[in-house]
Structures are given as structure tokens and as C-alpha cells.
Write a protein that binds this ligand. Sequence first.
Ligand SMILES: *[C@@H]1O[C@H](CO)[C@@H](O)[C@H](O)[C@H]1NC(C)=O
Ligand SMILES: *[C@@H]1O[C@H](CO)[C@@H](O)[C@H](O)[C@H]1NC(C)=O
Ligand SMILES: *[C@@H]1O[C@H](CO)[C@@H](O)[C@H](O)[C@H]1NC(C)=O
Ligand SMILES: *[C@@H]1O[C@H](CO)[C@@H](O)[C@H](O)[C@H]1NC(C)=O
Length: 526
Amino acid sequence: MDIHNRKTKVVTTFGFVALPFVLVILFFVRKSSSDELGCIADEGQLETVVDTAGDPFSHMLENHGWWSLMRHTVLAKELTPHASHLGHKLVRIYDMREFGDEEWGMVQKKGNQFVINDRPFYVNGFNTYWLMVFAVDQSTRDKVSQVFKQASIVGLTVCRTWAFNDGGWKALQKSPSVYDEDVFKALDFVVSEAKKYKIRLILSLTNNWEAYGGKPQYVKWGNASGLNLTSDDDFFSHPTLKSYYKNHVKASFFLDYKSLTLIAWCFPPSLLDPIQTILTRVNTYTNVTYKDDPTIFAWELMNEPRCTSDPTGDKLQAWIQEMAVHVKSIDQKHLLEIGLEGFYGPSTSNRVQFNPNTYAQQVGTDFVRNHQALGVDFASVHIYADSWISETVSDTHIQFVKSWMQAHIDDAEKTLGMPIIFAEFGVSTKDNGYNSSFRDTLISTVYKTLLDSTSKGGSGGGSLLWQLFPDGTDYMDDGYAVVLSRSPSTSNIISLQSTRLMLFNSRCSWRSHWGCRKRDALQLMA
Ligand SMILES: *[C@@H]1O[C@H](CO)[C@@H](O)[C@H](O)[C@H]1NC(C)=O
Ligand SMILES: *[C@@H]1O[C@H](CO)[C@@H](O)[C@H](O)[C@H]1NC(C)=O
Ligand SMILES: *[C@@H]1O[C@H](CO)[C@@H](O)[C@H](O)[C@H]1NC(C)=O
Ligand SMILES: *[C@@H]1O[C@H](CO)[C@@H](O)[C@H](O)[C@H]1NC(C)=O
């Protein structure tokens, strides 16, 4: 509970009240950006400023033309009178250089860090998996905008969501390579709406589990077409099922409009509609092809792949290798991750001690080996102490979170040489012994462990909370939903992390080159 107590104090003394001053300081430092003013105020200074001033925002806005000054120099911001029960004025901060369309750059990787336009990009993000299906229906579409808006208010910049729904209810892919255009338009809306709120997306391409189709649905399709499949894991090895998946990424036959024109004479007109699958889809709201859209942070091969039929891991490894190269052959611009939970496997017998249980090494996944596949750009790991260790929350869970994260950060740094994102973490309100302060402790632990890495220039690239819900969507809650309007303390913790990452990203971006003063910046975080 040490961390929690520490964080609570920091939140109280430095939390939202300090945000305005962070902006003020940023502003003045930026204003003198031609000099070598490398260092902004440390927390102590910030607290002093906080103690000695009133409400600087409205004052500056009204009396000093802050907005117009900001426009050409440093930061744009939006004052958001957030839901009053939060009891705070929250502030949304944009880096002005990312504000214009032309500056909405593609996320890339440099060594073990993410960069946008050569500037660092550390991620505070979230999951909301159901955005596409909610966007299909006009009556629920508004929830998509709401969650993006609420996320952006607490400074979250990346959302991971499903770009699949295979067969069944509101299916995107009704059967192999047959898409429902209405659902595709809904996904278009999600992507275009994300950009509106300056949120980037990690799009997952299918599921290991049967929710929203996934691996079992692909096997059913195979069966229905006359294959005699006996295991869901045939998804990873059967040529027909692999071709279904590859076609979902992009129909391999219809390469593009040009080749379509070339073959136009040979095929009946009904075949001449361009087959748009996920990567080649042209967004009907923005006219931007998905594979060219900087709103997309990365592709994910599959949510939580496991291949229990082959504990050696060879079967899944072969699939990852084949599919990573396939995605990269179509889209070289976007980053790619696998979607693994992160269990250590046979290739690293010295690391399996970090697994939450002994079963974890038998599910056919192998964190280090899997991530060495060509085309995989960054590591992604999930953290579920409550589902992997015990459903009764305890301090053991917090200890696990720390050692699990540290082990993976070390591997990403020393063995893989790539950034790592903790792409799902959370705790269920249904767990025995659950209370909200435990959840806050868990979230703070994740954030703190990441910052420890960030502050050393390490591989810790970010985390994505599982999961953020807007109000009125409780019927979708699996127990893990965080509704910001109902969770002021959690909102504070999230905002503080966003602010710290924003400070670091911005501070480095003041330098015109990547060799920004990482160390100085990171003393601030320590
Ligand atoms: C596919 O068919 C086999 C043989 O009938 C059966 O064992 C298996 O459960 C089927 N799989 C699915 C997903 O329907
Ligand atoms: C399907 O395969 C199983 C075992 O691989 C076999 O026993 C069964 O006869 C096959 N069924 C058909 C219809 O081919
Ligand atoms: C997309 O393209 C169509 C057809 O060229 C055009 O009418 C429409 O205005 C474009 N939309 C956007 C958002 O650029
Ligand atoms: C919350 O739960 C944790 C873990 O079970 C426990 O240690 C702590 O005392 C609880 N706090 C409150 C305020 O109930």
C-alpha cells in the first residue's frame, strides 16, 4: 500500500490543480525555446506555483489573449468543465504541432521507443472493445463519441478496439471475405471519430476466444465448406483457414484498382467491385485508406492467441511468422504487435518463474520467441492477476504486477530491443475483497512501474487500461469497466499519468532533434 499512499499524496498536492501551471510553465519555456532552456520546473516548483495563485486559466484567457498567443507558439488547449461531480476543472492539452492535419503523424518506432515525427510518444491509453458494434446503430453511436471525449479529457491518447466481428450478431465479416458494408461504415466512423479527439487506435484483427467470432468461427466456416476440422487450433495451421485470415487482412487476389483494371476484361462485372478488407479499406468518412491512416497506431494480429494443442509453441510461432510478414507485405507504414498475454514458454526456461502459474507455459505461447518473429514491431502483454492467480484480491496481486511488468520490460529492452505496451490491465469489481482503493493501487502500480522504465530511457512504452466505459453502458460490463464520472480518484490517477507522459513527450519535443535531454526530463518523473 506504500505506492498507493504516495500516489494519493501526489495526486492531492500536484494533481489537477497543477495542470494549469504546467501549461503556463510549458508556455514560457517554449516561448524562449531558442535558448537552451532545457529544464522545466520540478514538482517542488510546480507545487509552489500552485500554492500561490488562484484560477489562472480564465484570467489568462480573458486578459492576455492566451489562445492567440498559443496558436503560433506552443500549445493549444481546451478548458473542459468536466462533469461537476469530479469537482475539478480538467484540461485537455494538445501539442500544437500535432494539431493540424499535416502534423498528424504516423507512430513509428526508434530503437526501444515510440516516436511521432521523430519525437517520443509514450502512451497512456485504454481499451473499449465494442466501439464498432455500437457505432452500427444510430441509437448507440453516441457512446463512441462519449468514450473518446471522456478519455481525451483525462489525457488518454490511444484506444485498443476490435476491428473484427466474425459471423453472428452485427458481424463485420458475415462469412469469409463477405463484409457487411453498414458495419464497415461503423468502423469508419470509429476511426474518424477517434481522430477528432486526437486518439490513436490499436486495431485487433481477430480473437482467440469465441466472443465476436474469432478462432472458433473461422473453424466453423472451414467445417461448413466441407473441411473435416477437429480442433479450434486448426485455425493456426490449416491452409484454408489461414487464407481466410489473410484475406481478412487483405484479399490477396485483388491487389488494387490498377490490377483490377488490368483484369477487368477477364472477369464478370460482379467481381469488379474493389474488395476492401481491413487494411485496404477506404474510410467513407475521411477518404483515407486504413493502411495510410496515422489515426491507426498499430495492427494487432489477434486478441490473446493461445495454441494449447501444441505446447512446444511451434504451431503458433509459424502462424505469427507467416501473418506478420503478410501484414507487412501490405502495410509497411504501421506498427504491428501480436496481442499476446505474455506468458513465458519453452524458449526461456529461466523466465517461466515469472509466469502467474505453471499452466501458463503450456498454452503454446512463448513471449520472447514469439516477439522475435520478423515484422513484429513491439511487444504487447496483458496483466490479470485476478484471473491468473486468484479471484480474491490481495497484496500478492500487486507484487505480481510489479515482477511481471519488470520481467517483460527487461526482456523488451535487453533481448528484443523493442518498446513494450501493457495492452490490457485491470481488476474486476466482482473479485472477492474488491474495493476501489485496491483498483487505484493496481493502476498506480502499473503507471509507476512504467515511469521507472521511462525515466531510464527504457522500453516501457505505455499501458492500456481494460477498460473504459462511458455512462449508460453497464450492460456490457464484464466487471472491469471504469466509468470516469463515477470514479474521481481513478480519474485523477489517470490524468496525473497522462500529464507526466505529456510533459515528457513535450519536453523532448522542444528540442528539434531526437537527442533531447532525456535524462533531465526524466529526473522530473523520478
Ligand atoms: C467441425 O467438425 C468436426 C467434425 O464434425 C467437429 O468435431 C468440430 O466440433 C467442428 N467444429 C466446429 C467449430 O464446428
Ligand atoms: C474426420 O476426421 C476424423 C479424424 O481425423 C475421422 O475419424 C473422420 O472419419 C473424418 N470425417 C469425415 C467425414 O471425413
Ligand atoms: C471524399 O471523396 C468524395 C468523392 O471524391 C467527396 O465527395 C467527399 O467530399 C470526400 N470527403 C472527404 C471528407 O474528403
Ligand atoms: C481494500 O482492499 C484491500 C485488498 O483486499 C485491503 O487491503 C484494503 O484494506 C481495502 N481497503 C478498504 C478501504 O476497504
